[in-house]
Design a protein around this ligand. Structure first.
Ligand SMILES: C[S@@+](CC[C@H](N)C(=O)[O-])C[C@H]1O[C@@H](n2cnc3c(N)ncnc32)[C@H](O)[C@@H]1O
Ligand SMILES: [Zn+2]
Length: 268
């Protein structure tokens, strides 16, 4: 995993028996689950930044049941299976990272998230060519122009860092919720529905292609409905009685994602 750089001095990191180190002897030990914590303490705004374990477990339960598999399939159609390096920003518990790693059989794949709880869960599926790191998307511990593909599925990032890390002919793929995404659920929760904001072209990039994927999801009452609600940003608006009602009812809705593919703009 040659693309990792030191988060303190930006020199390349190389492996040693304990983990990774740069030539300035900054050492980052491998956690027992196999991941690396490359988030300097001064970058942490809170004690446990990123998504909480409970939320990530809900996400894992829902995603591994296969409800969003059509999104993974759409990504696989867009991403060439012979890329050499791929970074998944805000990978959470690693569902999509794992599927993309399977798809890009000969690639070095990096899953990055600011949530240690997420990376810890993700790293249980550690592989030789699949590295998970705790780091912030605002300061990526990756070498300049080192990535052929960057995916960002529902996560924040910083344009300058995306630009720095992507190689000149690489592709940046951003997944955002589409207009119809969980519309039935949102209609039950809100009196007026605000449309999801349209994806904004990151600075330094131009649009290469835009795809949208939509499919129905029928979630039975009980644990899976609870998991989906725990994943959504709107569930916390519900009082406990209404939340329980939704869990008991189950959910039939539409999943709708916008997949925006960008390449570096030669004019920037
Ligand atoms: C909605 S989750 C999506 C997770 C994953 N991409 C998926 O689709 O399953 C958003 C993720 O972004 C992470 N995140 C939030 N701020 C971040 C930052 N500054 N750097 C890296 N990851 C961040 C959260 O911890 C969370 O795991
Ligand atoms: Zn260093």
């Amino acid at each position: 995993m040659k693309a990792l750089i030191c988060p303190l001095c930006a020199l390349p990191l190389s492996e040693n028996p304990q983990g990774l180190a740069c030539s300035n002897r900054h050492q980052f030990d491998r956690a027992k689950e196999g991941y690396f914590n490359l988030l300097p303490v001064h970058y942490k705004n809170s004690r446990e930044p990123g998504d909480a374990r409970q939320q990530l477990i809900a996400r894992r339960e829902f995603l591994t049941a296969g409800y969003f598999l059509p999104l993974a399939d759409a990504l696989k159609k867009i991403i060439s299976s012979d890329v050499g390096t791929l970074l998944d920003i805000g990978c959470g518990e690693g569902y999509f990272t794992r599927l993309l790693h399977e798809h890009c059989a000969s690639a070095d794949v990096y899953g990055l998230d600011i949530s240690k709880a997420g990376i810890r869960l993700a790293a249980k599926h550690n592989k030789q060519s699949l590295a998970y790191v705790v780091a912030s998307s605002h300061s990526l511990p990756l070498a300049d122009a080192s990535m052929d593909v960057i995916t960002r599925i529902y996560a924040p990032s910083k344009d300058e860092e995306l630009f720095r890390v992507l190689n000149p002919s690489g592709k940046l793929i951003i997944v955002t919720p589409g207009e119809q995404h969980l519309l039935a659920l949102r209609q039950k929760i809100y009196q007026t529905i605000r449309p999801h904001p349209k994806p904004v072209e990151p600075q330094g990039f131009k649009s290469f292609r835009q795809d949208s994927v939509s499919f129905s999801v029928a979630v039975p009452s009980g644990d899976l409905a609870a998991a989906l609600l725990a994943m959504t940003p709107f569930a916390w608006k519900l009082n406990p009685e209404r939340l329980q009602l939704f869990i008991n009812e189950g959910l039939v809705d539409t999943a709708h994602f916008q997949i925006s593919v960008y390449e570096k703009s030669p004019y920037e």
